[in-house]
Write a protein that binds this ligand. Structure first.
Ligand SMILES: O=C(C[C@@H]1CCCCN1)Cn1cnc2cc(Cl)c(F)cc2c1=O
Ligand SMILES: [Mg+2]
Length: 569
């Protein structure tokens, strides 16, 4: 492509709203343009990277036996009423009305639509298993879209749905997708890890996420330093391996603790370590209230609370609900004594002695409170967030916390949709059975952003060859010298002839401007052609990732570039 005939609106200034590297880099390199909050134009460079990611995904999905389809973005509400999800989702679901005032939504996902296709045409076990997938635009009305394509409201997803006759078959389908995802992210040149994940509201028995390791990732990953376990923090299991504190049980006494709103303030005021404090939270689980206790240095894990009750949601209670459930105690002074609601505690609480707990009265705490004498617990469980240094119950290693960007999520779905929407098949004995489903997503636009998060420096993007919009940029240093232009054209045509995506920067610009743009846009290989190329017969080949430049005889330019690109793959 000739740059004078192309469209790469690079920016000198970074818009203030861009917080993370990939967002800044994609704006500066002229890959995207914001149309509205969380909604972006994919400009030529951005689209080429997205298309390369899509083709890697398509190649591996097809070779896994999945079959590509394309479903509508606009979905009728009736389908979501059948699955019971129309009323379940809140504002995140973009609901629209057509001219006849009928209800539709802009699809955030396509379980219902795919299940409708399968139930309409597949009726026998002989037609199963089947895996249908699409690569398509989704819309989820995030309350706070940010980080550019990392958390957009409109985004491109590959979503696949598998249908099997039984659980064993569904496990095979799940395994095929897991292996396909590994090939996809390897082929994209991403460093990632697969982690056990919370299945969230869509139910189903288990799920795994594929996390691109990056410090700017929004997700927290807990993994054992022995490599035997990795999970999203929402899901990471905590061992119940606490030694009872060997302290003499002391008499409890009330203590005035004015204005000690936080655990740290309370600990400092009383001169005790945070670990001695019993944190009590009132949790609203789908409208029912419970009190959960965790040790002062731990955090309550609401995903674990939600899953414990099998509820669609679990949130910290509002101030008003706290006051109502505790007889008026403000947050920071809540305790388990004298509550009417059920009390659950994390395993670590069972080992505590002589703790500080809220008295459910403003500015008052009780010190040296002890389980059994001063408060009761209905049941102990794993309700806290794992932390670094915890012992891994799976392999005895120590937990390490890292951050990740979720680029893929695969779910064992079960019969949630096939039962509610009657997607059944006749088995050998002619008996009707619901199909066992799985669903599998990849955030295509997020893959591109994640790749930049993992591959950049202060000058801009360092594209892995696999996703690079253009693999090579030819920079003519003296475009007005006919001989330089001729040599540049020759090399440009030869490299393009080999099937590479080559950008030819034929602008009448200074070398510095061309070099800076080449580094910003992130072409893996740069070929610079100038007067020296004529006098000494050399061209300069630069590798973006290492910054290393070599002088190459112009007749060896093509083979050198091809070798470098092969090594980079
Ligand atoms: O999408 C999934 C599960 C899998 C992920 C892989 C591809 C197939 N679906 C979970 N999920 C997430 N956010 C949603 C947001 C809205 Cl507004 C909604 F109405 C539904 C969903 C929803 O179901
Ligand atoms: Mg997910």
């Amino acid at each position: 492509m000739r740059l004078t005939k192309y469209f790469i609106p690079t920016l000198r200034e970074i818009p203030a709203e861009a917080e993370v590297v990939s967002h800044k880099a994609m704006l500066r390199a002229g890959m995207i343009k914001k149309l509205a909050s969380g909604i972006y134009d994919y400009l030529p460079l951005g689209l080429k990277a997205i298309r390369k990611a899509e083709n890697i995904i398509r190649k591996n999905m097809d070779s896994s036996g999945a079959i590509e389809i394309l479903m509508p973005s606009v979905q009728p509400a009736e389908m979501w009423e059948e699955s019971g999800r129309w009323s379940y989702y809140g504002k995140e679901l973009l609901r629209i009305k057509d001219r006849h005032d009928r209800n539709f939504c802009f699809g955030p996902t396509h379980e219902e639509v795919t299940t409708d296709i399968v139930r309409s045409f597949i009726t026998s076990y002989k037609q199963l298993p089947i895996n249908l997938y699409q690569i398509q635009t989704k819309f989820r009305d995030e309350v706070r879209p940010r980080f550019g394509l990392m958390r957009g409201r409109e985004f491109i997803m590959k979503d696949a749905y598998s249908f099997d006759v039984d659980d064993a078959g569904a496990n095979v389908s799940y395994g095929k997708m897991r292996d396909a995802y590994r090939r996809i992210f390897d082929d994209c040149g991403l460093r990632y890890t697969m982690v056990e994940a919370d299945s969230g509201a869509i139910g189903g028995s288990y799920s795994h996420e594929f996390m691109v390791l990056a410090d700017t990732g929004e997700d927290s990953v807990i993994s054992s330093d022995r490599g035997g376990y990795a999970a999203n923090l929402e899901k990471a299991v905590c061992a119940d391996n606490w030694e009872e504190w060997n302290e003499v049980v002391l008499p409890a006494e009330e203590k005035e603790t004015p204005n000690t709103r936080t655990v740290e303030e309370l600990a400092a005021f009383l001169g005790v370590p945070v670990i001695k404090i019993l944190k009590a939270m009132i949790v609203n689980v789908d409208g029912r209230f419970y009190c959960f206790l965790v040790r002062g240095d731990h955090e309550l894990n609401l995903a674990k609370v939600k899953n414990f009750f099998g509820a669609p949601s679990a949130e910290l209670a509002s101030y008003d609900d706290i006051a109502e459930q505790t007889g008026g105690a403000p947050a920071g002074f809540i305790g388990p004594a004298g509550l009417k609601i059920e009390i659950y505690a994390d395993y670590a609480v069972r080992a505590m002695k002589n703790v500080v707990m809220g008295a459910n009265i403003k500015d008052l705490h009780i010190i040296n409170a002890n389980l059994g004498r001063d408060f009761e617990v209905k049941a102990f469980g794993d309700y806290r967030n794992a932390i670094e240094g915890d012992t891994c119950p799976a392999d005895g290693g120590k937990y390490v916390l890292t951050r990740g960007i979720e680029v893929g999520h695969i779910f064992k779905l079960g019969t949630k949709y096939s039962e509610s929407m009657n997607a059944v098949y006749l088995d050998r004995e002619g008996k009707r059975n619901p199909m066992i489903m799985g669903c599998y997503g990849i955030g295509v636009t997020r893959v591109v952003a994640a790749s930049i998060e993992q591959n950049h420096d202060e000058k801009g993007i360092i594209w892995p060859v696999q996703l690079a919009p253009f693999e090579v940029v030819i920079v003519s240093l003296n475009p007005n010298e006919q001989a330089v232009a001729d040599l540049s054209e020759t090399i440009y045509k030869e490299l393009s002839g080999l099937g590479l995506d080559v950008m030819y920067d034929d602008r009448d610009e200074r070398a510095g401007v061309k070099f800076t743009d080449a580094e910003l846009v992130g072409y893996p290989v740069r070929v610079a052609i100038g007067k020296k190329s004529l006098s000494e017969g050399n061209v300069e080949v630069t590798v973006r990732r290492t910054g290393e430049t070599v002088a190459v005889k112009k007749e060896d330019c093509i083979s050198t570039v091809m070798e470098i690109l092969e090594k980079l793959r």
